[in-house]
Design a binder for this molecule. Sequence first.
Ligand code: FRU
Length: 490
Amino acid sequence: MSLNPSPLERVREYERERASKLPADERPLFHLTPLVGWMNDPNGFCYYKGQYHLFYQYHPFSRQWGPMHWGHAVSDDLLHWTYMPCALAPDTEADAGGCFSGSAVPLKDGRLMLCYTGVQPAGTFRRETQAQCVAFGDGTDFEKSLLNPVIRHAHLPVGYSAFDFRDPKAWMAEDGTFRMVVGNRHEERQGTILYLSSKDGLDWNFVGEIDASCSEYGRMWECPDFFAIDGKQVLIVSPQEMHAREEFHAGYGTVAILGQFDEKECVFTRESIQPVDHGLTFYAPQTTLAPDGRRIMIGWMDNWETCKEAPRRHPWYAQMSMPREVFIRNGRLMQVPVREIQGLWKDTVNHEKVTVKEETSLEGVHGRMLDMTVTLYPSQSGCRRFTLHVAKDREHYIQILCNLARGELVFDRSHGGSHRDIAHTRHVRAEVQDGKLTLRILMDRESVELFINNGERVVTSLIPTPIESDGVTFAADAPIEMSVEAHHLG
Ligand code: FRU
């Protein structure tokens, strides 16, 4: 290290030193965790020079949120990640208060452009302000533009906030110029998503506002994403302070708005709106395009309401969700685990059309690293309630209760061993379709991701259950036929 190390060099040195001392075996098998310290939102998710790059909100020096850096990892298959040195530290005038969330765009000249929110410490406004910055690099080292912040509050029409102005998601349009969506809080319309364009990534023009909460879907809209898929335009936002309504729970949520976009007029017309994920711990998702055309989404597998007090069991805190393929079916945004997961399948167990009533376990079906699909065939039976327990021992279990009569599922981790008075349950629609209901359950040590009816609705949750609790049982109030296909993962 040089005699006078920069803040980034100091972080990188700290990472090297800590990495050599970390226990090897405690991490989830295929969910990304930070090398050390704290992690929140996925940032700069992209495919660049033959690999997936994923950056993340990062505070290396403690397991609590703090001055934001960008952590960095790369992967060939979205499941095995290799840590890269910290990419950004808050070390310039434009971002001294933190390098907040943003995105990455591979450029035609081979460089990678990072777009992020620079937080400027309280100055004339007596409050921290937020503006958008860029940095250019080779996939490891990035140089921040001297023009930062390249998008300031002064670029915006009146009414928009200088304090809540963050999370740029930029991409390259077909003609090689750039577009961006970014969150802001308008004094009347609350959460808004702004659309900007640029020829070179440095000089940006405000084009318009594409959508707004108008206090219906929360206050500030964070971490927008905006993409075309299967004939729809999709806007994803993560609102703060949602009221419970329709299928949305209160608090920090994730919203997908499907519609059509007239780019010339900068008019986005809503057609439908849905939660992205119905679970207890999922926020700030971001997508990228895979080289084969799939749109892949990954989110922070945590929740601002509860993370600060959550137990710290490891030298790192927090993890990303499973990367998911997203697509549209019957006017809904659907998601399934990336197909690369098949590379981790081992010891597959199949139980075809077995009938259950009393609490039953099935041979070979247990574990905390599992990809299991349960298909229920309730048509001929009088079964109204079907109960699945996972991560089970004598005292603990995570319960998935299907109320078949009501077409509703209750995910419940309240018997998982937590002593905290926080939300432990979520109710979500789960309807029998063409005579069956399918539940795909992905478990990776401390998490469950449940994909209902091939990804129509998803419930993501961290689970507090002791890692040794690995039982799986099935029960119903009347005999019901089901099939179980379970892949152990390794
Ligand atoms: C969302 C968020 C972003 C912000 C970042 C700060 O989780 O609040 O809006 O950029 O986290 O870490």
